[in-house]
Design a protein around this ligand. Structure first.
Ligand SMILES: [Zn+2]
Length: 205
């Protein structure tokens, strides 16, 4: 739930090579599956921090999908695309905030087991995708972006794991809510940044 992973490659004018095309597809599939997995288990395990963490997989899926289709398209089209993505992320993050308020009053204890297993799976997925992208990277500029993006994603996953430890030791749902609000806040900050940027790009002709 950040403005990370904005990069993936084909933002240049030429389509990605075949190998890289496959890597982008794999990254898209892994991210989207993990979004569904994290979302499903966040509801089952009643963990809002997992819900908040899941949005990053959604955002990254949109990024990979767009890097597969937007090469050769105009700056305006790309700006519109990232604007819609930012709006989706913003609404999602605001929803997490509202849910956190409700659960603060009448929350149930989330499943520590679900949080730690799914949080760890999410971490593995992010590291796998990063290694894939790193191995088949195209262009030097991407190296750094892949690294920054992964670092942020992994920090989010670690925050969920920390929340599960917090729930375990305090036997309350508050650590889960705290991490959810923290991730949502980062998400709001990120999407506002992308919104501003894309609006500026829209104005450029
Ligand atoms: Zn990400």
């Amino acid at each position: 739930m950040k403005d990370c992973c904005e990069i993936p490659i084909a933002i240049e004018s030429k389509p990605p090579s075949r190998t890289f095309y496959r890597v982008l597809w794999a990254a898209l599939v892994i991210n989207f599956i993990m979004f569904l997995v994290e979302m499903t288990f966040s509801l089952k395990g009643k963990s809002l921090s997992l819900t908040a963490d899941a949005v990053d997989f959604l955002g990254d899926s949109i990024n990979y999908a767009s890097s597969l289709v937007v090469f050769n398209s105009s700056l305006q089209t790309r700006a519109k695309l990232s604007m819609s993505k930012a709006l989706v992320m913003l609404i999602y993050a605001l929803t997490v905030f509202v849910l956190a308020a409700f659960r603060f009053v009448s929350g149930e204890l989330p499943s520590v087991e679900t949080m730690s297993i799914v949080g760890f799976a999410a971490l593995c997925a992010n590291v796998t995708v990063a290694l894939m992208l790193y191995k088949f990277r195209e262009g030097d500029s991407n190296m750094q972006s892949v690294w920054i993006c992964t670092r942020n994603d992994v920090l989010g996953n670690l925050a969920v794991l920390a929340a599960s430890a917090g729930v375990y030791f305090t036997n309350t749902h508050y650590p889960d809510l705290a991490v959810a609000v923290f991730l949502a806040a980062i998400g709001i900050q990120g999407s506002v940044k992308i919104l501003r940027l894309s609006m500026a790009e829209m104005r450029m002709k």
